[in-house]
Ligand binder design. Structure first.
Ligand code: GCU
Length: 601
């Protein structure tokens, strides 16, 4: 018995942690079957479904979905008579007893699947927080770490026509070496939080592509189309009917066809979010996508959108629907959150502090909102831990791979409020390098912290050495909330050692909706309103400012906010309350953005 276990384990463990197949993109436009819906679950805080009593990985784990074969049999779990949860969905908002739960939950989904002859099948998951092991029909598919990016596995040789059982072990325990690490100012929602799809493809298929305008031009459309196999000399066509573009190209030894085409698209911008239908044809398969063409660059302290300076009228947002007290997912949620941003007269949103779901970036494409997209390298993670770096780089890669064809996304952020140390600098420098390797058509940034000039306390410097490796210098500041009272804004002079675009990626003050007082009464709407008025006065005086994304669009859940009555587990810096009500400060920011709208920079 022991020997078979070792063999099983060896063949099981051969799949190192975080082992997934190359990411397939453009899922919304592929032949898919949704596995969303009710999934059976087993809540397993002691992980008895994974480890034996010696805390060794057990070959008889819950992934076997065992059933007693006769009356003598002893099987101490049964998915089919167990509870169920909705997928997609965090578990915290679906069960009161799971509100604070951090641990393992097993999910099981049964499905039938008639695969067309010669076709292949992939299992794709939009995101699962945090560490995931996946099994199909008792076989391990692989594992994934990171709660906010997609991953997929080929299951062609494992899937049966009837009674397939997919078992997913999800563990959202916070870990020191994780990304993010132990402490975050957001709720650690666990579960299969985004869509799960079966993707049906031909034997050879287009797995990924990148189609964009060459920066600095208005008429060169370039990119590449990648087959899932390294097939040389295969013809792939690209057509953009509205631009009367139709050309075909051959793949190189790595199965990639690169191209550069002449075309004069109407350029995508928040004022005119024009998207084009792009068709990629390989063999008898056609893959389509809706793509906007725009260029994004910097010149000295300016951000140039389609060659013209732009001021980023932004707001930060979490991927949460406060009224539902749950993770956001789906087009309706995206419309609600981005709709509030549009009401604020925003042309830009900072998706904090992790990649939000693809509905959001596709909605931003069609609504006309520029996007800052970030990976959760948040506060103080383990800079010297190679595993932590690999994980961060993998999340960055998955994020860029998924959203590189979204015109709305202009900035890849590699982190937030990270300390100025040598090991951190090396870590972040490597991430910036990786981001440029993956996509040199966008701007790289990170939310930095301010440093006070010892000699002159009213001189605030943004001179973090990481700035050297970034295209946009972004800084979080809370003058008037964590740093003095709002009047302090009148005395502050801002300095930066970089001749690069400068934005404030956070500024904010906290007030529960309906809590009133005079403008110096902490936690009152009047204080928050006064804070914004004072901040805006200060911002108007900064000649090199290219944008602002105040913290934050809506109140959000946080286990770090424990002040009774005022916070009760919520960070109340939202301009919209947890019930969807607009606070006084909402209108202060809206009116300022109206005032500067159309003024470029
Ligand atoms: C920080 C941090 C946010 C946090 C905010 C706050 O700057 O980046 O995640 O929620 O400040 O304190 O409200």
């Amino acid at each position: 018995m022991k020997s078979t276990f070792i063999v099983l384990l060896l063949c099981q463990i051969s799949i190192a942690f975080g082992q997934t197949d190359p990411l397939i993109t453009d899922i919304p436009n592929r032949h898919t079957t949704s596995l969303n819906g009710k999934w059976k679950i087993i809540i397993d805080p002691y992980e008895i479904g994974f480890f034996d009593y010696r805390y060794e990985e057990s070959p008889w784990g819950f992934f076997q979905n065992q059933k007693p074969v006769d009356k003598t049999d002893r099987v101490e779990y049964d998915f089919d008579t167990s509870d169920s949860l909705n997928v997609p969905g965090d578990w915290n908002s679906q069960r009161p007893e799971l509100l604070y739960y951090e641990g393992t939950v097993w999910y099981k989904k049964s499905f039938n699947c008639k695969l067309k002859p010669g076709h292949r099948l992939f299992l794709w998951l939009g995101a699962v927080n945090y560490k995931t092991y996946l099994y199909l029909n008792g076989k391990r598919l692989g594992s994934h770490e990171g709660g906010f990016t997609p991953f997929n596995f080929e299951i062609t040789n494992l899937v049966k026509e009837k009674d397939n059982f997919l078992v997913v072990k999800v563990d959202n325990k916070r870990i020191r070496e994780g990304v993010p690490t132990l402490n975050t100012d957001w709720w650690n929602y666990g579960g299969i939080t985004r869509d799960v799809e079966l993707i049906d493809v031909s034997a050879d298929f287009i797995s990924d592509f990148f189609v964009h305008l060459r920066n600095g031009t208005s008429n060169i459309i370039e990119g590449w189309i990648k087959l899932d196999k390294k097939l040389l000399g295969r013809r792939i066509s690209i057509t953009i009917p509205e631009l009367t573009i139709s050309s075909s190209f051959s793949t190189d030894t790595s199965g990639v066809a690169s191209f550069s085409l002449k075309g004069s698209p109407v350029l995508w911008s928040p004022e005119n979010p024009k998207l084009y239908s792009v068709f990629l044809i390989y063999n008898k398969d056609t893959l389509k996508d809706k793509i906007g063409f725009r260029s994004i660059e910097t010149k000295g302290g300016e951000i140039l959108l389609n060659g013209k300076p732009v001021y980023l009228r932004g707001i930060c947002m979490h991927e949460e629907i406060p009224m539902r007290r749950s993770r956001a997912n789906g087009p309706e949620d995206a419309k609600l959150l981005l709709g509030w941003a549009k009401e604020l007269n925003c042309n830009f949103v900072r998706l904090a502090h992790y990649p939000h779901n693809e509905y959001v970036t596709r909605m931003a494409d069609s609504l006309g909102l520029l996007v800052w997209s970030e990976i959760p390298v948040y506060w103080t993670i383990q800079w010297e831990n190679q595993g932590t770096y690999n994980n961060a780089e993998q999340q960055l890669t998955e994020n860029i791979t998924r959203d590189k064809n979204r015109a709305s996304v202009i900035i890849w952020s590699i982190g937030n409020e990270t300390p100025v140390t040598e090991s951190r600098l090396e870590f972040m420098r490597n991430l910036a390098l990786k981001a440029r390797q993956l996509d040199n058509s966008r701007l790289i940034s990170a939310a930095l912290e301010v440093h006070h000039d010892q000699k002159n306390e009213n001189e605030y410097w943004v001179n973090d050495p990481l700035g050297e490796y970034l295209d946009v210098i972004a800084c979080n500041e809370y003058v008037g909330w964590y740093d003095g009272l709002p009047m302090k804004c009148d005395n502050i002079t801002w300095k930066t050692s970089y001749n690069k675009p400068f934005i404030f990626s956070e500024l904010g003050a906290e007030a529960p909706y309906g809590n009133h007082g005079d403008n110096l009464t902490r936690w009152s709407e009047e204080y928050q309103e006064y804070f914004y008025k004072q901040q805006i006065k200060m911002l108007k005086k900064i000649p090199f400012l290219s944008g602002t994304t105040p913290w934050i669009l809506a109140d959000f859940r946080s286990p770090r906010r424990l002040l009774p009555v005022i916070q009760d587990g919520w960070n109340k810096k939202g301009l919209v309350s947890e019930k969807g009500q607009k606070k006084k400060a909402f209108f202060v920011l809206r009116d300022w953005y109206k005032e500067i709208e159309g003024k470029g920079k």
